[in-house]
Design a protein around this ligand. Structure first.
Ligand code: SAH
Length: 224
């Protein structure tokens, strides 16, 4: 009897996360206009609940950011999907993410893209994400550093995804973008309205920027 009681919730809970995830993609992501097949598939595949602290697991598929410790947050699922779709991810791409945090956005990128490089400034967060990502993927590389300077040895990148709000677009990141490449970055002051900006480097090197939507991200920190 006892065994049955113990076993049931386990089975139910793994089915429930699967169901919650499919419903998240349907109601929060597809319904809001995300249509890139690879992005939707990646959002269906990555177990978001395993990238949040245990105490947050039951909220993992809700339509909002969640605390991940150290004053940081995992972004709302829709924002993760939006930032993934907008860079036009292709398997043969090389992508850089600034702000590994929980590792969730990096995992979504790694489902689609062959080479994912991600930088986190808070060591314990970076190390924890590295452990989770390395257990699952062999195409994700995590570095603990100030992402302002990008990852010069691995540049140039087809795409750069910045997940912390910078006061201005860091010039080294623009430098490390390939011609034809795209960067998505929230820009603005920590306590004011921020804008999600799309930066494109055209063939020949011309830079264009476009504001896509108002957002609220944790601040882009600088190493002392
Ligand atoms: N992409 C993350 C979002 C985490 S929140 C996820 O999917 O969970 C943003 C993260 O950016 C935080 O973990 C914060 O510590 C990190 N960050 C802030 N400034 C940074 C910088 N200069 N370099 C690297 N990471 C930075």
């Amino acid at each position: 009897m006892l065994l049955i009681f113990l076993a049931l919730p386990l089975v139910a809970s793994s089915d429930a996360t699967e169901r919650d995830r499919q419903s998240m993609v349907r109601t929060q992501i597809r319904a809001r206009g995300i249509s890139d097949k690879a992005t939707l598939e990646a959002m269906r595949n990555v177990p978001r609940h395993l990238y949040v602290p245990a105490a947050q697991r039951r909220f993992a598929y809700q339509d909002r950011p969640l605390p991940i410790g150290y004053g940081q947050t995992i972004s709302q699922p829709y924002i993760v999907a939006f930032m993934t779709e907008i860079i036009g991810p292709e398997p043969q791409h090389k992508v850089l993410e600034i702000g590994t945090g929980s590792g969730y956005q990096a995992a979504v990128l790694a489902e689609i893209i062959d080479q994912v490089y991600t930088i986190e400034i808070i060591r314990p967060l970076g190390e924890q994400a590295r452990r989770k990502l390395e257990a699952q993927y062999d195409n994700v590389h995590v570095k603990i550093a100030d992402g302002y300077y990008g990852w010069e040895e691995q540049a140039p990148f087809d795409a750069i995804v910045v997940t912390a709000a910078a006061e201005y677009i860091p010039p080294p990141l623009v430098e490390q973008l390939k011609e034809g490449g795209r960067m998505i970055i929230p820009v603005g002051s920590p306590f004011q309205m921020q804008h999600l900006m799309l930066v494109e480097k055209k063939t020949g090197g011309e830079i264009t920027t476009r504001s896509l939507m108002p957002v609220r991200f944790v601040p882009f920190e600088r190493a002392e």
